[in-house]
Design a protein around this ligand. Sequence first.
Ligand code: HSE
Length: 438
Amino acid sequence: MLNPVKVGILGLGTVGGGTVHVLQRNAEEIARRAGRGIVVTHACAKELNKTHPYSTDKMMLTAQLTDVVNNPEVEIIVELLGGTTIARDMTLQAIANGKHVVTANKALIAKHGNEIFAAAQEKGVMVAFEAAVGGGIPIIKAVREGLAGNKIEWIAGIINGTSNFILTEMRDKGSDFADVLAQAQRLGYAEKYPTFDIEGVDAAHKLTILASLAFGIPLQFDKVYMEGITKISPIDVQYADELGYIIKHLGITKRTDNGIELRVHPTLVPNKRLLANVDGVMNAVLVQADALGQSLYYGAGAGALPTGSAIVADLVDITRTLTTDPGNRVPHLAFQANALVDLPILSIEETETLYYLRMSALDKLGVLAHVTNILSENGISIEAIIQKEPVSGTDHVSVVMLTHCVKEKRVNKAIQAIEKLDGITGQVIRIRVEMLEG
Ligand code: HSE
């Protein structure tokens, strides 16, 4: 067998430790698969005095990133720094030094992937990023390789574990949003800046990557429509339940005749769908493809060993193809770099879906008729309508509606008109609905 491949890790935190752990505990099996051993010989850690549980005498520890990135012995760099500034610099430097790169950094790929892949292509090196989407779930491999014979129609995924955990707790225990967020942070699921989780930024990073792999388009993070879960109230969770739906935070990308939909937002999903029953911190991605139909990929979206599992899979892939002609490797974004197409990304106003609308209406003859008139004037057809008992001590009732499929701009226009009605108090709450049918 050839000598082991030498790997340098930038960042020995939770994921770095998990990666070294997986490489050590499964060393024999990994070597049998890769055809050579894979060992971490160099690692950059912030605190050198701290005990790093999986470091060995054979691993050179340093506090300087460049000690690893510029070391001629190291063949593959694993970038686990997070952020998009130093991580970008180090990734580009590693590529310039002719090293292959594995990263778990979804923000880096979503924002700078086009530049990074172009540099890697020129240098004939690989940049692998399985851990960037869905943690340990091999979703990149599935979409890029397993579904290579299909035309992908749409993808809908629960790709932020923290948001899913919060929504699950709100539904199951009627808990308050802030309490559950604090719990998620204590359990270590949330990002360093929890706004990335709860405002949809983390999911948008991951969706950007999935859309490029599915449709062969450049990475376009700045065009993702982003809405988080901070405005979801327990009453909507309850009404959705009564209508037979569960609220999930989804990343959705869809090919339409007019362009690509790219959106992240809370979504009502029929409670019988498998995706609706993915609970807690778990992730799942549903792919609709023309030949296969629907396929669902479920698993741990975060954590030391699951993320380590994805990183090690990338290391094995790279090791197997080290001597391959770069032109014969799997392209970074599934499609050959010169075959990417610039399909238009649709604005949220141009997307079409179903809607859940909730409003507070004066319990008086004619109010509902005005509301339904406005909807009909805007071409919005109602599928279901529920009027709740008056809220005690007030003369207002909650009215909840489900619409048929309609363009978002029509719904926006209708909502503006409804909010101006004398008999309607406050804002109309709007949550998109997806049936997730084939
Ligand atoms: N904060 C992320 C999540 C971790 O909650 O899913 C993995 O990207």
